[in-house]
Design a protein around this ligand. Structure first.
Ligand code: GDP
Ligand code: ZN
Length: 444
């Protein structure tokens, strides 16, 4: 690997704030600090300094913090300049750092260096971004759990178990005369089954984490005037959509991000699916179709006063195969009480978007359909992790089905391990051999 160069960036959010921070990572930070402040930074001490430009004029006064390698975020020498949080002063300070030999850091470059220097594994590095982007307290908490390694530790435990099993199998490959009896005696299949069970549990947790990170696309469909915009407003808690008494007014797909128990819901209010010759409305219908293609959940709204009409039944028949809740709206007019129940057409919720009765029932049903259990101990996970976990799970399924063909068995186990390791970003090909020789008595 090439020796890393010196990078610098403003670490605090753009705009004005009490404090602004510039972070530098790389070699030759002591001379840079001396040229910038006239003082030598002390390891892990805050030093009050004046940051000066090339003419010796003060740019700002603030604190200098120095974290020598390897005890820093990136694992390299790190310098933090804390000044006043105004954009002009931070830009001047950054410009001075660039003059003194730093280069502007690329997005994520500090975290990438932390990963390259083994300060974080890949899943943890990803959770740094997730923590920063978290849109709810629950999401932030779960990102922090991933960052502290909760997820990675479980991956490591699975990889460890796979390595044990592979050692057995690889040993068998070297001594074919012992082959299957040997694996049976060592209960290779039993080991495999408990690994599969552990992986299944982990996948379930990761799905929850993915839900918390990415949320759900929820699409509202129904005839004009049935109350889609009103329901969206009721769920959102503030007015975002146009509510009108004239049928067909909401022609644009309107989007709103809301949260239920920390789960982000991307609500999409559609123009409806009414058959029409109106050109503008047909455009809206095309957009509705596009939204439906990406939907995780469809809320079909019908008027509680007359229930499902033939036209709505026709809409139902064209909906894609995604989970659906039928919402019977305007119970204040039909005289019914708020309720949720399982009907012939799936889950039904009766509510009044205008008065708010039953909206909470709908929130609970949305979480239920989404498969959300609770925020307890959930760590943040991404689609990439789910894909790798699914591939690992398939490899182990194949392994179990065909374990008596030992070469294939060994290969499936190897693939499962590779998939799991891709989550934490490790390469295990070489150190697997090391593990085998250090822990397994091959002469036995
Ligand atoms: P959309 O065309 O499906 O988006 O329907 P809107 O949300 O624009 O609502 C159409 C009309 O129905 C408006 O006058 C709303 O105030 C009214 N409305 C919506 N929900 C309810 C409800 O629960 N009860 C009553 N009484 N009126 C409602
Ligand atoms: Zn509307």
């Amino acid at each position: 690997m090439q020796p890393a160069d010196l990078i610098a960036a403003i670490a605090t959010a753009p705009g004005r704030g009490g404090v602004g921070v510039i972070r530098l990572s790389g070699p030759a930070l002591q001379p840079l600090a001396a040229a910038l402040t006239g003082k030598t930074p002390q390891a892990r001490h805050a030093t009050l300094v004046r940051f000066k430009d090339e003419a010796g004029e003060a740019i700002d006064s603030g604190l200098l913090l120095y974290f020598p390698a390897p005890h820093s975020f990136t694992g390299e020498d790190v310098l933090e300049l804390q000044g006043h949080g105004g954009p002009a002063v931070l830009q001047r300070l950054l410009k001075r750092c660039l003059q003194l030999g730093a280069r502007l850091a690329e997005p994520g470059e500090f975290t990438r260096r932390a990963f390259l220097n083994d300060k974080l594994d890949l899943a943890q590095a990803e959770s740094v971004a997730d923590l920063i982007e978290a849109s709810s307290e629950e999401a932030a908490r779960s990102a922090m759990r991933s960052l502290s390694g909760d997820f990675s530790r479980q991956i490591h435990a699975l990889v460890e178990g796979l390595i044990q099993l592979r050692m057995l199998v690889e040993a068998t490959l070297d001594f074919p005369e012992e082959d299957i009896d040997f694996l049976e005696a060592a209960d290779a299949l039993g080991q495999l089954r408990s690994l599969r069970a552990a992986l299944a549990t982990l996948r379930g947790q990761a799905r929850q984490g993915r839900l918390l990170r990415d949320g759900l696309n929820v699409v509202l469909v129904g005839q004009p005037n049935v109350g889609k915009s009103s329901l969206m407003n009721a769920l959102a808690g503030d007015d975002v959509a146009i509510v009108s008494d004239t049928a067909g007014t909401t022609r644009d797909s309107l989007r709103e991000l809301i949260h239920i128990e920390g789960i982000p819901l991307h609500l999409i209010d559609t123009a409806g699916l009414r058959q029409t010759d109106d050109h503008v409305e047909q455009l809206g219908i095309a957009r509705t179709r596009a939204a439906l293609d990406k939907a995780d959940l469809v809320l079909l709204l019908v008027d509680a006063q007359h229930g499902l009409t033939p036209a709505e039944q026709a809409i139902l028949d064209t909906l894609p195969a995604v989970p659906r809740i039928t919402v019977y709206n305007k119970i204040d007019l039909s005289g019914e009480t708020a309720a949720s129940e399982l009907g012939a057409d799936g889950m039904r919720v009766r509510l009044s978007a205008r008065q708010g009765d039953g909206v909470d029932l709908l929130r609970q049903q949305i979480l239920h359909v989404a498969g959300w259990h609770s925020g307890e101990g959930v760590f943040m996970a991404r689609e990439r992790h789910l894909t790798a976990l699914a591939a690992a799970s398939e490899a182990l399924e194949r392994a179990e089905a065909g374990w008596q063909q030992i070469e294939l068995f060994a290969d499936d186990l190897r693939q499962a391990q590779q998939q799991l390791s891709s989550i934490t970003g490790e390469f295990t090909a070489d150190d697997l051999l090391g593990e085998i020789f250090s822990r397994f008595c091959i002469g036995k």
